[in-house]
Ligand binder design. Sequence first.
Ligand code: NAD
Length: 508
Amino acid sequence: HIHPTNHPRILRASYASMEHSVPPLSDKSLLKNQTYVNGRWIDAKSGKTFEVHDPATGKLIGTMPEMDAEDTEEAIKAAAAALPSFSKTTGRERSKMLRKWYDLMVENADDIAKLITWENGKPMADAKGEVSYAANFFEWFSEEAPRTYGDVIPATVPGNRVYTMKQPVGVCGLITPWNFPAAMITRKIGPALAAGCTVVAKSPGETPFTAAALAELAHRAGIPPGVVNIVTAMKNTAEVGSTLTASNTIKKVSFTGSTGVGKLLMKQSADTLKKLSFELGGNAPFIVFDDADLDVAVAGAIASKFRSSGQTCVCANRLYIQKGIYDKFAEAFTAKVKNFKVGSGYAEGVTHGPLIHDRAVSKVEAHVQDAVKQGGKVLVGGQKMPDLGSNYYQPTVIRDMTDKMALKNEETFGPVAGLFPFDTEAEVVEQANSAEVGLAGYFFSKDVQRCYRVAEALEVGMVGINTGLISDPAAPFGGIKHSGFGREGSRLGIEEYMITKMITLGGM
Ligand code: NAD
């Protein structure tokens, strides 16, 4: 049995018996029950729908079309039909469209944030932060669209002139997860459209309403019919996925989600030799050296570990704390976690919402129980929160973690921080790099040489030094090893959606 020494404060806020009132949207036409293909709002051909439930209460939010292979083919056809004219628009024209879409996201930020909190559960403050982050990808790529330069290359062969130009890769299939219902989509659609591609985006089954609201804003922004198409499915997800990967019309698939599904999609894409970008799972090491600033390290750990209740792919998963600072860190970190307020994302003052579904709660529970069985000590949390609902788990800190525990080897994707003690820099770098995945890594130190050394030694795609927050549309986001390949955001993001064509003119 787990006996936490302290429970986090629980804010029951305004809802009685698990009810909460969803604040009304100022623009009700942003809440859809159909999806957007070829510039029109449609149902599945079969007429089938799936239900989406509020993770905070379990109550029905609404339904969306359960699309199948045939519906997906229709969306691919629409994207293919739109490609010839859209790919010939100038970068400046596409820039203006993306900028308009960005402006509309900013104007409607509150409504989009309400939708995110409704279907994902994250607190409104986090949802507003996500809308701003998501919109910034449209702003960023609206600025990149007119600047897709090629090269003029001095030829080796006399009389030849050699140059390269960038061209859109073609129709793209995009698949995104529920943990950032807006940002994961804009991070792909932004660069795809900037490059001159058209897209078929499969929205997450758990969070299709935010995606639909974004499509409504695309329509209002004047994005031509067929350029952005959204496919919705819950039960038929695998069928939609294999239709996208098998299609010869789709030239590129960009996927964000779990490593397991990424591997499946890569196998499925072999026959059509697609260009691929994969942003997959992480298991981020978060290292605090003895020479770190304790307050900065604690603040970084709170932000990195507990943002969105630990449901981000760049979340700190393994917290390695050097022995000289271990007890002090454990105490200060736990004190902060005790101040969290767990509850409905709409309630004033709530810092942490529910998890996405009860399967997520079960995984968290299994990781905690496994750690406790092997000698881990719970400093705070360690329990489900049935009074609030079936999707809630207490923010949890466990000390005395060891190597064999499940939390070390798998991404927990929940609000549990496990503290692993270590002695030396060499030992902790080896531990950090022992994971199969390599997305983000963090460390805290005031020693300049160590900062360079450890940053270069960590086997990850992104490093945070003395910070727990690294996402920035201007910076390349992506992983190595089993965390995938390809980069999103930054000047590299648009490259993923273009080919480099080499042209040789002879006989000069
Ligand atoms: P998931 O892989 O189950 O689902 C992701 C998306 O893929 C969803 O839209 C889902 O409907 C779809 N999908 C599932 N099976 C499919 C199939 N057979 N064919 C086609 N599509 C399919 O992942 P999840 O559990 O929803 O999301 C959490 C995972 O995503 C975590 O592992 C997390 O680390 C990862 N993630 C990674 C990043 C990143 O940038 N690296 C960002 C966010 C989340």
